[in-house]
Design a protein. Structure first.
Length: 503
């Protein structure tokens, strides 16, 4: 009976005028996650001053959210396919808002790291559910392309709203206020979503395999942790053990999915070259960009001396470019080709990152603003088209799990980017030659150096800060160059893997 009714139900959903209002609710969830991700970068100097984390703890504050969310996205996407995407989206949104309060009132680095990890658990429910609901709301390919473009543009708009709103709050309130801005968005999402969002789920999902959930979590976190620690401190026995444990868990996860009658993730999806190419493009793009973005806010504030609100405005061109590109990406991919739009976008981002290797304390804003605009346009074209390719390549019953693969690539790339490129910046920074009397705190992070300078004689403080800023900028140059190389390699890979792919 269910299979007989589903086509009529799908047709009803496709024609209902309320699908665009439902999309408006879904993009609020995207806005929630994007704002939270971007305000952290601006708040980092204040967190460093207040909580006084070590350099390693500061990196964990930046990337533990991505570690946890990457480990749980596939599981939560699959859970939404089973219990209902609307249900898991609204529950996750409420939890996300509550845990934002815990982040805001953290009093130690350890508490902050734990709060960010728990926020990752809640965040893992949001993004797969939004894309899966879009897949089930919009059956017409052109409408779906536009909806995905709006979804991506909202994420980019959130990246713009986050720094500007966060900068305003940081100039008038304490750093924890940047997390509390999640609360009104969450409240609107839950209250309006209850009425507007239609429920959808896989009609025959099978059981939710807890062993697969555990293997996915252990595998992703183990591998990413090993890469992060090896990049920062070299290969040790503990690091090697964590990496081997993670790799074994992922191997077992894949093997188990191939044998289960109702797998958590249908890994056979990766046999589709277009699907695999889109996922790989997302992973490498975010990997190449995220470490740079994490440290760029510190550069604007602690090297160029901008106020938080001014630093937020300085990052606006990237979001503006991404919004504009996201809205026309589907049309461009149909007029030219999927691989031309994705590869061209990635190459543009790579060239812009290469231009950032010339940054200095005295660099004028035209160069920085132009580079950020090109980054936004290139990323907007690439992310929007790859999301559409991934959604269009799977049955709508598997939309949650497939969306989760896309988001896992995004979050895994963010975690690896902060770990690898962030470790490059940290390693270059820690080696700076300071004057006699430079405290150990100054070598942990640039924010620590600014804080330590307040207790030193003026001449010593000025010499130390100049050396610290020069070392930080040198690390930023190395990270930008590495990111550019990754993006250009991703562009070449996408050109071959997406050959013949169409929306």
């Amino acid at each position: 009976m269910t299979s007989t009714l589903r086509p009529a139900y799908a047709a009803e959903v496709e024609k209902r005028p309320g699908r665009w209002l439902a999309l408006a609710v879904l993009v609020l969830a995207v806005l929630l996650v994007a704002v939270d991700a971007t305000v952290l970068g601006l708040a980092t100097p204040y967190i460093s001053e207040d909580l006084r984390p070590s350099g390693t703890q500061l990196l964990w504050i930046g990337d533990v959210y991505s570690f946890v969310i990457a480990g749980l996205l596939v599981s939560m996407g699959s859970l939404g396919d089973r219990i209902g995407r609307k249900r898991i989206l609204l529950a996750g949104s409420a939890a996300f808002g509550a845990l934002s309060v815990l982040n805001a009132y953290a009093t130690t680095p350890e508490t902050m790291i734990a709060a960010r990890a728990l926020l990752g658990v809640a965040g893992a429910t949001l993004m797969p559910a939004t894309l899966a609901l879009i897949r089930n709301l919009f059956h017409d390919p052109r409408e779906r392309s536009l909806a995905v473009g709006i979804w991506g543009a909202t994420a980019s708009a959130g990246m713009a709203v986050g720094p500007i709103a966060g900068g305003f709050l940081l100039e008038h309130f304490w750093w924890g206020s940047v997390f509390l801005i999640n609360l009104p968005v969450m409240a609107v999402l839950v209250l309006v979503g209850v009425r507007l969002l239609p429920e959808s789920r896989n009609p025959d999902p099978g059981p939710w395999d807890l062993v697969s959930v555990l293997l996915s979590l252990v595998g992703v976190i183990g591998v990413v942790y090993a890469i992060k620690e090896a990049a920062a401190h070299g290969v040790t026995g503990a690091v090697l053990g964590a990496g081997l444990l993670g790799a074994a868990a992922l191997y077992w996860f894949v093997h188990r999915q191939l044998t289960l009658p109702a797998p958590l993730l249908d890994v056979r999806l990766f046999r589709n070259r277009g699907f695999s190419g889109a996922v790989l493009a997302d992973l490498l793009t975010v990997l190449g960009m995220s470490g740079l973005v994490f440290f760029l806010s510190q550069f604007l504030q602690l090297v160029q001396g901008r106020h938080p609100f001014e630093a937020g405005l300085a990052e606006l061109p990237a979001a503006v470019g991404a919004v504009a590109a996201g809205l026309v990406a589907g049309r461009a991919a149909r007029r030219f080709s999927v691989r031309a739009v994705v590869s061209g976008g990635l190459a543009a981002v790579g060239v812009a990152l290469a231009a950032l290797t010339t940054l200095s304390a005295s660099t004028g804003y035209p160069l920085l603003g132009t580079a950020l605009l090109v980054v936004g346009v290139g990323a907007g074209f690439s992310f929007t088209v790859t999301a559409d390719v991934i959604l269009a390549g799977v049955p709508k019953e598997q939309a949650g799990a497939a969306s989760a693969v896309s988001e896992t690539a995004y979050e895994l790339g963010a975690a690896l980017g902060i770990a690898l490129l962030g470790s490059i910046v940290t390693a270059a920074y820690r080696g700076f030659t300071g004057p006699a009397g430079t405290p150990p705190q100054a070598r942990e992070s640039l924010g620590g150096a600014v804080q330590a300078a307040q207790g030193l004689p003026p001449r010593t403080a000025g010499t130390m800060l100049t050396a610290a800023q020069d070392a930080f900028v040198h690390g930023l140059h190395l990270a930008s160059g590495a990111g550019a190389a990754v993006l250009l390699a991703a562009s070449a890979a996408a050109w071959f893997l997406l050959k013949g792919q169409r929306l």
